[in-house]
Design a protein around this ligand. Structure first.
Ligand code: SF4
Length: 483
């Protein structure tokens, strides 16, 4: 059942730690990154002699067995949780991706989206590479594998000249772990210390989970190579003088306990809630969040306003993504599959409902109705981000422009459409004040239409789907070993 929220595209992790069971640590690190992708999970590992990879559909806890982890031997591992933004949700598209050339085998876990992957695919197919998936990560991996140069850093730098878009990468070679962040730093990537080893992860929450300590963020355009010689850093071959980190990482995607750009996100989101109150006060009895992601902002709104905070909606935290279609009766239940209301809390109350985004608006109306059916006298919708007006080309499944409710309606019309008694969105200025960093460090394209990389073509999510032509036979099977 699709819910109306932007979908993050992936989480990545990489560990280099001689003497540690790195596949097991990677598994638990992926647990902490589960919110970044729930469709498939995978781990690749190397013991210095070969690269093994295991991928499977589903959540991290169902994708690996004890036996799978035991086969992933070695002191270097990378892991990936996936939500599909390019390519469908099928096992053939699950990461990490493996590519083998005369330089050896590499495995790549990718968070982001290349906007020129169609050109890369065509070039690779002309060069005789048989691509088995419909993702943008597989051509990315092959471009790195086929680049020339004496060492992995040189080859990655050469491949980066061909990449356009968002990419935070954890790359495994037979004897090294490599971290890469695109020159604009659109997606996050951080570095942690684990005993004598090192960890790369999309978010700091994964470091804490496995007992690693946060060292620093990988800089935009930075390449780090970690091997028996230690850690070395290299600059991108071409580096713009600006950053464009996705502002939705601060608003919604990253876990609130993660630290990003020097800010603890739970606290930044509380400040968003406080700014929201200043910009859009409401005469109300209760502030409730749309759980779980809007909890910090609702706390901030409640504290700033003096209106009591309460939980009025309870979320089924285990629903995840299901591909089992509900029958007609359940479909009519709509949001009740995910949220139940607490009538004793809501009865007779004027409620401020804090949410982080409204994308299509398809679930906001049923939620407002649910609150009113359970006794809320008024529902005042408050959103702690500006309206989403434009699609994302950098790895977030937002929707097409014609589907975005704010691209087609005024704020007042949105309020009427969803049945709220009033509505208010946080302004971009208020959002930037709450984050407390310069606006120029962020991508705000879906809010402003100002794209940091010109999106010349809209790459449809399924545009590289193979016909049923037997290419699946080349699928890497669990535990397959590369060289
Ligand atoms: Fe993030 Fe929006 Fe930019 Fe996409 S367009 S990277 S969702 S800020």
């Amino acid at each position: 059942m699709p819910f109306d929220e932007p979908k993050e595209e992936c989480g990545v992790i990489g560990i280099y730690a001689p003497g540690e069971d790195v596949a097991r640590l990677t598994f638990f690190g992926l647990y902490a990154l589960q919110h970044r992708g729930q469709e498939s999970a995978g781990i690749a590992a190397s013991d210095g002699t070969g690269v093994r990879v295991h991928t499977r559909m589903g959540l991290v806890n169902t994708a690996f067995s004890e036996h799978d982890l035991r086969t992933l031997v070695g002191h270097i591992a990378i892991g990936h949780t996936r939500y599909s933004t390019t390519g469908s949700s099928r096992e053939i598209n699950a990461g990490p991706f493996v590519a083998t050339s005369e330089h050896g085998t590499i495995a790549v876990a990718h968070n982001g989206n290349l906007i020129n992957s169609d050109a890369l695919r065509s070039e690779l197919m002309e060069r005789g590479v048989s691509l088995v998936s419909s993702t943008d990560t597989e051509p990315l991996a092959w471009m790195i594998a086929l680049s020339q140069g004496p060492d992995i850093a040189t080859r990655v730098r050469q491949a980066m000249l061909r990449f356009s878009g968002a990419y935070s990468l954890a790359i495994l070679t037979r004897d090294a772990l490599v971290g890469v962040r695109d020159p604009l730093g659109i997606r996050p990537l951080c570095l942690g210390r684990l005993g004598n080893g090192w960890v790369l992860a999309s978010e700091t929450c994964a470091l804490a989970t496995i007992g690693a300590t946060f060292e620093r963020e990988i800089d935009p355009g930075e390449i780090v190579v970690i091997d028996e010689h230690g850690i070395r850093s290299f600059a991108a071959p071409e580096q713009p003088d600006r950053q464009a980190t996705c502002i939705f990482e601060m608003i919604y995607f990253a876990r609130p306990d993660s630290e990003m750009m020097g800010k603890r996100l739970h606290l930044a989101r509380q400040r968003m809630g406080a700014e929201l109150w200043r910009e859009h006060p409401a005469d109300a009895d209760l502030v409730i969040p749309l759980p779980d992601s809007a909890v910090p902002a609702a706390i901030g709104y409640a504290r700033a306003s003096g209106i009591p905070y309460a939980e009025g909606l309870i979320k089924n935290r285990y629903i995840g993504r299901t591909f089992i279609q509900p029958d007609q009766r359940l479909r009519e239940q709509g949001v009740k599959l995910k949220f139940n209301a607490l009538p004793e809390i809501l009865e007779g109350k004027r409620v401020v409902l804090v949410d982080d985004t409204i994308v299509r608006g398809t679930t906001s109306r049923p939620i407002v109705e649910l609150l009113k059916q359970n006794g809320a006298r008024e529902v005042h919708m408050r959103v702690h981000a500006p309206p989403i007006m434009w699609p994302c080309y950098y790895g977030v499944d937002m929707a097409r422009r014609e589907e975005l409710i704010a691209a087609n309606r005024s704020v007042e019309e949105i309020g009427e459409t969803i049945g709220a008694d009033s509505i208010g969105y946080l302004s971009l200025e208020g959002l930037i004040r709450a984050i407390d960093l310069p606006a120029g460090r962020f991508c705000t394209a879906c809010l402003t239409g100002r794209y940091p990389i010109p999106a010349r073509v809209e790459v449809a999510k399924l545009s590289f789907e193979p016909a049923a032509n037997g290419r699946e036979s080349a699928l890497l099977t669990p535990g397959r070993i590369g060289h």
